[in-house]
Design a protein around this ligand. Structure first.
Ligand code: ADP
Ligand code: MG
Length: 352
């Protein structure tokens, strides 16, 4: 049985529907991320799990027990928010000890646990500092240590890294993965950053307009999304117009070429029906197609150097633009007509 089971959860504020039909199960020890644009309902779901928001409908079960209306403090969940919400007048050690004192732990046990937590987040020598004497990254480590100190069943994290700069964010992403691994605590993590979600999660639930659009492991969602929203939200994509071939319903025509396609989700198209074809920039290669690769020609519009990769804007025979990212050693120049190739498994076809 899953540790946490959310069944048909909904939340409406006056006229705003923040969540509808949320179904999600989280296994013990999993790292699950709620990913979606701003306003898609992620925080509302996290607050419902925490017990700070009362759902309008549906149930939340922990170990099979209905906790939908259980008080926050009786859920034994830890929280980490975007603003660290540390107690400004308390030292680092006392911030971490706070939830243990509330739980009436013995003094010696508290001291041992605080030391253990400080070491876990690498702040051993800052125990006596006040929050204002710490950097943003250090404050967030304290917030995480405080949330984990009492041994929560689940740690809820709402955009905990969004206030940090890019370098620090990447360091903290690795830190959080490590903490997840070492503590074995179940993490439910909210972010609007798709790269962060992909890098950190065992599974991602993609939110839009208060609904979960798709749930799955990062690789599966990235490689084989079932919806245009997920394809576009998780990483860069080219969406191109195509159509079912008039003379052969197994074939799709797009960007001046035709290819067989079995990957069609949704309703069945008829010959001549228009379709959307998508392909990730990194799956477009320069060179003659071999084997069952899809070959086509395109004109280089623009070429920019972006570190390890070269980012190339192509114009296809149908006049559409397409972005390709290539390893930098491939040299192409604007105006050049190039042979391109794509592995058929990298092409997605979605009904319009
Ligand atoms: P996210 O965390 O994905 O940005 P939220 O869960 O904060 O999204 O918000 C989802 C929707 O619910 C938004 O339209 C938001 O304006 C609305 N909402 C959130 N909290 C409240 C509230 N307390 N009162 C009214 N509307 C709210
Ligand atoms: Mg939010």
């Amino acid at each position: 049985m899953a540790l946490l089971v959310i069944d048909d959860l909904a939340k409406t504020y006056d006229k705003v529907t923040a969540l509808t039909g949320i179904n999600l199960s989280v296994e013990a020890g999993e790292f699950v991320t709620l990913l979606g644009p701003s306003g898609s309902g992620k925080t509302t779901l996290l607050m419902s799990l925490a017990g700070f928001t009362t759902p309008s409908k549906g149930t939340i079960r922990l170990d099979g027990k209905d906790i939908t209306h259980v008080d926050p403090e009786d859920r034994n969940f830890g929280f980490v928010f975007q603003g660290y919400a540390l107690f400004p007048h308390l030292s680092v050690a006392n911030n971490i000890a706070f939830s243990l004192r509330v739980r009436k732990w013995e003094k010696a046990r508290i001291a041992a646990r605080v030391a253990e937590m400080l070491s876990l987040v690498g702040l051993d020598n800052l125990a006596e500092r006040k929050p204002r004497e710490l950097s943003g990254g250090q404050q967030q480590r304290v917030a995480i240590a405080r949330a984990l100190a009492f041994g929560p069943r689940i740690l809820l994290l709402d955009e905990p890294l969004s206030a940090l700069d890019r370098m620090l964010r990447e360091t903290m992403q690795k830190e959080l993965r490590r903490l997840h691994r070492e503590t074995g605590v179940t993490f439910v993590y909210v972010t609007h950053d798709q790269e962060e979600a992909i890098a950190m999660s065992d599974r991602i639930a993609v939110f839009n307009h208060g609904r979960i659009i798709e749930i799955g492991p990062p690789r599966g969602l990235y490689k084989k999304p079932s919806t245009r929203f997920v394809a576009g939200f998780l990483g860069e994509n080219n969406f191109l117009s195509g159509q079912r071939a008039d003379d052969d319903e197994t074939m799709v025509e797009a960007f001046g070429t035709r290819f067989g396609s079995t990957y069609v989700k949704g309703r069945r198209e008829r010959p001549g029906d228009s379709l959307t074809v998508w392909v990730r920039p990194e799956d477009i290669r320069i060179g003659q197609a071999t084997g069952d690769e899809i070959g086509f020609r395109a004109t280089v519009v623009e070429n920019s150097f972006v570190g390890a990769l070269e980012r190339i804007l192509l114009r296809t025979a149908t006049g559409e633009e397409m972005v390709a990212t290539l390893r930098s050693e491939v040299a192409v120049a604007a105006g050049q007509v190039v042979d391109c190739r794509i592995d058929p498994s990298a092409i997605g076809v979605l009904p319009n």
